[in-house]
Structure formats: structure tokens, C-alpha cells
Design a protein around this ligand. Structure first.
Ligand code: GLA
Length: 660
């Protein structure tokens, strides 16, 4: 290998000065920041806690992890070599266990183990690291999608002559924040879903999401007589009294032109016929939320144009009630009054007035509680007051409830019923109560996926359910979270949505410390991938960043109507995943008009070529390909579409069969 002059010089200096080369074992480093799938990595043991063994050979030292795992190391040019023996741990417990190891230095692939199986002898590696600043040790799942296999970096050590290696958080790639999407033109464009569900006799509220220069004049043909459209604001109110399907043609006109769109109002039992969209305060304001901040969020949702592309719910999360104890005295007080009514804390002087304020803008209001005695942040929950609370929420005028398991765990523990029944019980109770209120209230189950909630969430009255823990804790793993969520795709349909948690871009507060918002730890490229993945999965789209600090780039990622249309497609399908290799994959989603949305993704640390083949997508014949982020037609493609996808990035296109 040709050595750069400065490295040669430092090597010579080292020899002349007799700088000592020290052995630093990977297992001696602080591994707290290493990600190891389903559990923490272990020093000098397999991840099972048993001695580390590969192919019948035991190792005293090393690091045992799950596959997948990722370890970022800051070397700062101080390490000369990395040596290890890698392989599947003999106690992996799964005869089909297969993994692969990869070492990446400063964005270059330094070593690949290839596929390794259970029982195979360890593979040694001995790599020259001179000059390398940042190293990544990766274990992948071997392409089998089993991400709890056990993998060992046995005898892993650095030969160090300078700074000692340190395990670090993933450095956020610093790619440029390029606004890919052209601005909407001055003429009107009606956005939002083509179907909308409501229940008979309940208050109806829908603000027609429309971009274009204001003033816009709205009209509607075939609107049920009991509904009324405000022609200046585009807000439809009233009630639909009779069950049925109503095809309504909406029209928007301004000085630059007019647009029309037909939507179907389905008056029946099912709400959320497309994934709910809105904003939730959690990842920005945590336990600092106030009535004032909620009102400002509603104002920004209108002013920023978010409501014009379909964002609709303005949702309070935890911490609006009183707590038995809290650092902020204004949040401490009696949890309920003498009649058992919930008492909001003093930052929320009038819940009804807050909901009215949100409704006056044509938006909807959401709130949060727990089936347990206390919420996750230690505020009043609904336990043993469920009926009273459901009635109260409806009377205040709330349109959405997030019901977060939290302290209900203690109640469930004492319940003698079988596990699954215990999981369902509090949700069925609240689901039934909400259905009986004279309001359309969307019910969001938050219990992190326990008991395969996707299989029964709809049965207990839910409209969407979190499929995993808090995404705020693993923002460096959006691809893995998405791939896991997409496994439950069979349960995605109108009125029933898998929820991989909120969109956290722009300014957000660190979830671990419930910190003040700062720039999100996800690169611009990843943010495009994030939004593309969520839309392909028909995920509820709730932005949870700081509404007070929305910049042009963040709004561009959040507000692309062609991308949102993929999420809001009335078929309600979650994309299926076609693995390309261990780090790249293709997602394909059938859309109601017969076209398909396709995402090409790269979760790796190096740019990669990704190909979507028509045969694999179940397509024959030429397809017109449109880039949905850029709003560009890319032309006619006969059999496949390929793109070079940047590291940790995605490309989102729509395929339309060419007319012969
Ligand atoms: C849990 C939920 C979060 C948020 C907090 C509030 O962690 O998963 O989404 O609601 O509780 O305390």
C-alpha cells in the first residue's frame, strides 16, 4: 500500500522515538454507547452471559453482541492495528444462526467476513488502521432477518501508539440540507386524503387542505345538506345524520386558477380511514407543555402551511394533569375533585377553551392519559375513573386519545387472567367508552407492541397502536425500526394502523433527559429516508419537533403533498420489503389507482446502488417513473429502476404502467 507522506513520517518518528505500542482490548472500553440489538453487549462473555465460544474454541476475551450490532469508535489516528477472531457464538441456540461482520474505517470498507454460520471456526482479521479517525464495527443478521443471533468479536484488540480508542455515539453524517421539492405554485391545489370517515350524528369538522395563494374561495358540490362549508376558510362543519357514502366534489379557486377534487365521506363506524396526521408535543416540550404552547402549535400548523397538506390533529401528550410530585409547583396538586373529576394542572386553565381554540382553526385536538393510576411521567391516570374521564374528554371537545400503559403494569400483575386478556382489558374498556361518546374520538393504543397489539388493536376499538418502544431513544436506528414495523403489514388497513412513533426532525429535545430542543441527530439524507419509510408504511404522521423553529428544510421534508399522498392512500397498505442485501432494501406499496410506490433504501455507511426489478415487484411491461421528492418524471423504464442511494438514505418513486 502506498503510504501518504505524513503517515510515513509519523511512522518513522514513532520508530525513532521508540513510541510504545500498547494493546487495548475492545472489552476494556466503555461499551455503553454500543448498540446491540435486543440487549447490551457483554465484555469477555457471549451475549448470553456464558463463556464465549466459536467453532468449539473458547475465548477468554472479547465482546459478545447480538446481530445486528453497531459500535462506533473514535480512533483519532491513534490506533495502528485492529485484530480479532469473529464468528457466531456456539450457544446461539438457533441452528440456522448466520451473521456477517464488517469493519468500516472513515467511510471505507476495510474488511468483510462474508456469511458466517453456527459451528464454523472463527475468522481472524488483522487490519492496518494507521491514520483512521473513525472506525465502525458492524454485525449484520446474515440476511435472514433474525436479529437476535449471537456474534462474538473474540480477542478483539487495538495496537495503539497514540490516543486510546473510545466508543462514541454515532456521529451524525454532515451532509448538506438540500431542499429537493419545488415550492407549491400560486394556483390552488387540494391535498389530503380522498376518503374521510365519520360517525352518524357526531360533530363534523374538516378543513380542506389546500395549498396556493390566499384568498382562496371554496365551494362543494353534493355536500350532505347537514354539512356547511365556509367558503373563505374551507372549513366544513355540521353533522352527517345518515350512514352512507357521500361523493363530494370540492373546488378551490383563487386569482391564479382553480382546482377540483372528489372526496368520499364515509359515514359509518370506522374513523381514521387514512393514517391520522398532526403534531404531538412530547419530543419537544415534555413536562414543560402549557396551554399557550398548544395554541401556538395550532397557529403554526396553519401559518406554516402544514395544515394545507393534511396535518390536522394538535395533540397534548403527558403532563397536562396534576402530579403528586414534580419540580414545577404549578403541576402539583390534587389529582381529582370531590366528584372524582380530573383536575388539569395550572398550565391548563381551561381545557374546553383550548379545544375550542384549536377547532376554530379547523383543526382537531388530542390528549393523553394512562389506564393506570399514573402516567409514564407520574401524572394522574384514568384508573377506576375511565367512564368519567371519557365523558369529560368528549365534553371538552377532544378528538383523539393516546392511552399509555405505564403504571397499569402494576394493576395487570395482580390480575389473575391470562396474559393476553390482561393486555386487552384496559384498552377494550376505554375503546368501548370512547365509541359511546357523542364525538368522533380516534383511539391510539400506546403499549409498545406487547402481546402483538397489531393483531387485536382494532378489535378493542383502537385506530392505531405503537409497535415498539419510544423512537426517541433510538433515532440512529430508523431503518431497523421501520423494518420491524413493516413485518406487521398484514394488519395495516383503513381504520387500523401500525404506529412506529413520531417524526422527529428539525428541533427536538433529547428523549433521555427530556431536554430542551436542539437540532435533531439525524442527517438531512436520513430525514428524507425517515419520511419516505413512514409514508410507505402507512404510518400515522405526527410531527413531534419544535413548531416554533420550523426551517425551510424541515417543512420541505414534512410537507411534500406527493409523498404524503403515499401515506394517505385509501388502500391503506403497508409496503412489503424486498431485501436486496444486508444493508439495502426495496419497499413496494400498492396504491388505490393501480400504481405503486417504491422506496430504494440504504441503511449502510457507504453509498450503494439499489435496483427495483419489475419482476420482483410483480410488474410486467414498461413503467413511468416519477421521483416524488423532486416532483420529476424520470421517464419510461423497461424492466427495472436503479439508483445510487447515499449512505443512510432513500429514494422514493411512483411507478405507473405505461399506456400502450
Ligand atoms: C411513554 C410514551 C411516549 C410519551 C411518554 C410520556 O414513554 O411511549 O410516547 O407519551 O410516555 O410520558
Amino acid at each position: 500500500m502506498h503510504m501518504k507522506p505524513h503517515l510515513l513520517l509519523s511512522a518513522l518518528l514513532m520508530v525513532w522515538s521508540g513510541a510504545a505500542v500498547e494493546t487495548v482490548w475492545l472489552s476494556e472500553l466503555d461499551l455503553g454507547k454500543m448498540h446491540s440489538g435486543w440487549g447490551q453487549p457483554r465484555a469477555n462473555q457471549a451475549v448470553t452471559g456464558k463463556p464465549m465460544a466459536i467453532g468449539g474454541h473458547q475465548y477468554e476475551r472479547g465482546v459478545g453482541t447480538h446481530a445486528r450490532s453497531t459500535c462506533w469508535l473514535e480512533l483519532a489516528g491513534g490506533a495502528d492495528r485492529f485484530q480479532a477472531t469473529v464468528g457466531v457464538d456456539d450457544n446461539a441456540g438457533n441452528a440456522k444462526a448466520s451473521v456477517s461482520f464488517r469493519v468500516v474505517g472513515d467511510g471505507r470498507r476495510l474488511w468483510d467476513s462474508g456469511l458466517m454460520r453456527l459451528g464454523q471456526p472463527g475468522k481472524p482479521l488483522d487490519l492496518d488502521l494507521k491514520g483512521v479517525q473513525t472506525l465502525v464495527l458492524l454485525v449484520n443478521d446474515g440476511g435472514d432477518g433474525i436479529d437476535f443471533d449471537h456474534a462474538n468479536w473474540a480477542d478483539a484488540r487495538f495496537l495503539v501508539s497514540g490516543a486510546k480508542p473510545q466508543v462514541i455515539d454515532r456521529p451524525v453524517p454532515r451532509d448538506e440540507a438540500v431542499v429537493l421539492t419545488p415550492k407549491p405554485g400560486p394556483g390552488p391545489r387540494i391535498n389530503g386524503p380522498s376518503v374521510y370517515g365519520c360517525r352518524p350524528g357526531n360533530p363534523f369538522l374538516y378543513r380542506i387542505p389546500t395549498t396556493g395563494e390566499r384568498p382562496i374561495r371554496f365551494t362543494a358540490a353534493n355536500l350532505p345538506a347537514s354539512l356547511e362549508l365556509d367558503s373563505a376558510t374551507g372549513i366544513v362543519t355540521g353533522r352527517v345524520d345518515r350512514r352512507g357514502k357521500y361523493l363530494v366534489t370540492l373546488e378551490a379557486a383563487n386569482a391564479h386558477g382553480r382546482a377540483a377534487r372528489t372526496i368520499e365521506i364515509v359515514c359509518g363506524d370506522t374513523l381514521a380511514l387514512t393514517p391520522p396526521m398532526g403534531w404531538n408535543h412530547w419530543y419537544t416540550h415534555y413536562d414543560r407543555i402549557t396551554d399557550q404552547l398548544m395554541r401556538e402549535a395550532a397557529d403554526v400548523m396553519i401559518r406554516s402551511g402544514m395544515a394545507d397538506v393534511g396535518y390536522q390533529y394538535v395533540n397534548i401528550d403527558d403532563c397536562w394533569m396534576n402530579a403528586p410530585k414534580h419540580r414545577d409547583p404549578l403541576r402539583v396538586g390534587p389529582l381529582r375533585d370531590a366528584q372524582g373529576n380530573l383536575i388539569p394542572n395550572r398550565h391548563f386553565p381551561d381545557m374546553k377553551a383550548l379545544a375550542d381554540y384549536i377547532h376554530a382553526r379547523g383543526l382537531k385536538a388530542g390528549l393523553y392519559t394512562s389506564p393506570g393510576p399514573l402516567t409514564c411521567a407520574g401524572f394522574a391516570g384514568s384508573f377506576e375513573h375511565e367512564g368519567q374521564d371519557a365523558r369529560q374528554f368528549a365534553a371538552w371537545g377532544f378528538d383523539f386519545l393516546k392511552y399509555d400503559w405505564c403504571s397499569y403494569g402494576q394493576i395487570a400483575q395482580k390480575d389473575p387472567e391470562p396474559q393476553l386478556a390482561k393486555f386487552k382489558k384496559p384498552y377494550r374498556l376505554m375503546g368501548d367508552l370512547l365509541e359511546r361518546q357523542p364525538r368522533d374520538i380516534v383511539f391510539n393504543l400506546c403499549q409498545y407492541g406487547m402481546g402483538n397489539v397489531w393483531e387485536w388493536g382494532a378489535e378493542v376499538g383502537g385506530h392505531c397502536w405503537r409497535t415498539a418502544g419510544d423512537l426517541g431513544f433510538e433515532l440512529d436506528r430508523i431503518f431497523e425500526v421501520a423494518l420491524k414495523n413493516a413485518e406487521y403489514r398484514a394488519h395495516s388497513r383503513p381504520g387500523s394502523w401500525n404506529d412506529p412513533d413520531y417524526i422527529q426532525i428539525g428541533f427536538i429535545g433529547n428523549a433521555r433527559g427530556m431536554g430542551e430542543p436542539s437540532r435533531c441527530p439525524i442527517s438531512p439524507t436520513e430525514q428524507y429516508a425517515f419520511m419516505s419509510l413512514w409514508c410507505l408504511m402507512a404510518a400515522p404522521l405526527f410531527y413531534s419537533g419544535d413548531m416554533g423553529r420550523l426551517d425551510e428544510f424541515t417543512l420541505n421534508v414534512l410537507c411534500n403533498p406527493e409523498v404524503i399522498a403515499i401515506d394517505q392512500d385509501p388502500l391503506g397498505q403497508c409496503a412489503r420489503v424486498l431485501a436486496a442485501d444486508e444493508e439495502t432494501f426495496v419497499m413496494v406499496k400498492d396504491l388505490a389507482d393501480g400504481s405503486k410506490a417504491v422506496g430504494l433504501f440504504n441503511s449502510g455507511e457507504l453509498a450503494a446502488r439499489v435496483t427495483a426489478r419489475w419482476a420482483a415487484l410483480g410488474l410486467t411491461g414498461s413503467q413511468r417513473v416519477r421521483d416524488l421528492w423532486r416532483h420529476e418524471d424520470l421517464g419510461l423504464f423497461a424492466a427495472e429502476f436503479s439508483a445510487t442511494v447515499p449512505r443512510r438514505g432513500g429514494v422514493l418513486v411512483r411507478l405507473q404502467a405505461a399506456q400502450d
